[in-house]
Design a protein around this ligand. Structure first.
Ligand code: PGA
Length: 249
């Protein structure tokens, strides 16, 4: 059955000493929910974070990776490099990667393949922009993003895929999708999966919501039947707030 997951995406925040202090704060938090907990520091701090959290039940994950195994890709990080420091999960397709680094569905399909080929679990992000929602086109956009990057996969691959619905208009804006909007979209995503891969696969995939999740709104969002957790940006930078969200389950 699918798992509850709360993942913190630290984005391009925290140098080494700030990372060390956040890691120390995380280690003293108490978990009362049954959610899997993950944090995604920057590449430069992944090794450090993984060492520091080894004895905890917090998994350290990457924010991104390249599709090639190695070679002339200046500034990039490969799946095997992540594996070599004990990182077994990566976020892919975050809207900031799509917007600022022009990552498109075709590129993301290659990244997903490379991750899975290296036994790296993928948290695959997607979501519509405000104009899409205003024009009532959000389901078409989301369906396209999922199908183009993932629907070449065999059904069995979905055991290593977590989906993260992140409406772009709700990321870092303080504006959150209402619990009903999140539920409606998550149900639509599950139906889209079921139509191609069957109900059993659709019901086994965790679908996270992301976009201005805070301690104050987490419980209501997570209470929806098709919301299996959250991808948390800003609120994951304070251990207390992050664990308030984790414990909202
Ligand atoms: P936010 O970011 O929680 O700061 O809105 C979410 C995300 O980008 O994953």
């Amino acid at each position: 059955m699918r798992k509850n997951i709360v993942a913190g995406n630290w984005k391009m925040n925290n140098d080494l000493s700030q990372t060390e202090s956040l890691l120390a704060d995380l280690k003293v938090q108490t978990q009362t929910s049954n959610a899997e907990v993950m944090v995604a520091p920057t590449f430069t701090n992944l090794y450090q974070a993984n060492e520091a959290l080894k004895a905890s039940n917090i998994e350290v994950i990457a924010q991104n990776m390249h599709f090639a195994e190695k070679g002339a890709y200046t500034g990039e990080i490969s799946a095997s490099m992540l594996k070599s420091i004990g990182v077994n999960t990566t976020i892919l397709g975050h809207s900031e990667r799509r917007e600022y680094f022009k990552e498109n569905d075709e590129l993301l399909a290659k990244k997903v393949d490379a991750a899975l080929a290296n036994d790296i679990r993928v948290i695959f992000c997607f979501g519509e922009e405000l104009a899409d929602r205003k024009s009532g086109n959000e389901e078409n956009i989301v369906e396209g993003q999922i199908k183009n990057a993932l629907f070449h996969l065999e059904a069995s691959a979905f055991k290593d895929i977590v989906l993260a619905y992140e409406p772009v208009w709700a990321i870092g804006t303080g504006e959150t999708a209402s619990p009903e909007q999140a539920q409606d979209m998550h149900a639509f995503i599950r139906k889209t999966l079921a139509n191609t891969y069957g109900v059993e696969v659709a019901n086994s995939v965790s679908i996270l919501y992301g976009g201005s999740v805070k301690p104050a709104n987490a419980q209501e969002i997570f209470s929806k039947p098709d919301v299996d957790g959250g991808l948390i940006g800003g609120a994951s930078l304070k251990a207390e707030d992050f664990f308030a969200i984790v414990n909202a389950f």
